[in-house]
Design a protein around this ligand. Structure first.
Ligand code: PGA
Length: 254
């Protein structure tokens, strides 16, 4: 498991690219950047169909391989799903869970918590996405995010909370080019820390990584990283553009 002191940058490829050949090219670019900035943990969260191709590109140790969803059961009659043991076979070490695009399609807090628990049991690092769809003046988005965090972690033994990565992704910032202010991101980082400390103790709060996602690009990565105490980024759109992704990784490198 990585330490909180090592910045983490995850490329969420979503349902891209269209061909295995392109996937291979993107992975090669990730390898180059990971080799250059060894102080950063780089993860490629690829569509399931490219797992084998990307795994073959011998990225283990250099670029960690991730997926964007998995079922909580190890096997069985679950059409269209894949499980943690299947992923492990191909060296998948990370899984994005509860992404807002999946929640929008019907994924519930309970399902997310079951998946988080299954991932941890299988030693796959869950990247749990939380975030409000809008900011209201009464600040009800704070308890909303707290509830998402606590629900996602609810099936874990306390000692394993630190093995989860929480990705704060305000839904309104995803793919829109709009980002929260630095103060807003910093405040949410502190708020999540406080929730973790109150519920699981100071040690857990101190060692659980929280990363930011939502319209991260080469232009805002450096300041978002240095000014908000976030431990890294979950990158969507820019993760498919080698030059952009490389600059984002460079921005968090020591
Ligand atoms: P974006 O996506 O970087 O394109 O905003 C982030 C995400 O959906 O994880």
């Amino acid at each position: 498991m990585q330490s909180i002191h090592q910045p983490l940058v995850i490329g969420n490829w979503k349902m891209n690219p269209l061909t295995a050949r392109e996937a291979k090219n993107i992975i090669s670019a990730y390898k180059t950047v990971a080799k250059k900035y060894t102080s950063v943990a780089v993860v490629a969260a690829v569509p399931h169909i490219y797992i084998a191709e990307c795994s073959k590109a011998s990225i283990r140790g250099l670029v960690a391989l991730g997926v964007q969803n998995m079922h909580h059961e190890p096997s069985g009659a679950y059409t269209g799903e894949i499980s943690a043991p299947m992923c492990l076979e191909y060296g998948v070490s990370h899984v994005i869970l509860g992404h807002s695009e999946r929640r929008k399609a019907g994924e519930t807090d309970i399902q997310v918590s079951e998946k988080v628990s299954a991932a941890i049991k299988n030693r796959v690092t869950p990247i749990v996405c939380v975030g409000e769809s809008e900011r209201d003046v009464q600040a009800a988005f704070y308890p909303y995010v707290a509830a998402q965090v606590l629900s996602a972690l609810s099936k874990l033994p306390k000692a394993r909370v630190k093995d989860v990565v929480i990705a704060y992704e305000p839904v309104w910032a995803i793919g829109t080019g709009v980002t929260p202010t630095l103060d807003e991101v910093r405040e949410m980082r502190l708020f999540i820390y406080k929730i973790l400390a109150e519920t699981y103790g100071l040690a857990a709060a101190k060692s659980t990584r929280v990363i930011y996602g939502g319209s991260v690009n080469p232009g805002n990565a450096k300041i978002l990283f240095t000014e908000t105490q976030m431990n890294g980024f979950l990158v969507g759109g820019a993760s498919l553009r080698a030059a952009d992704f490389s600059q984002i990784v460079a921005a968090v490198a020591k």
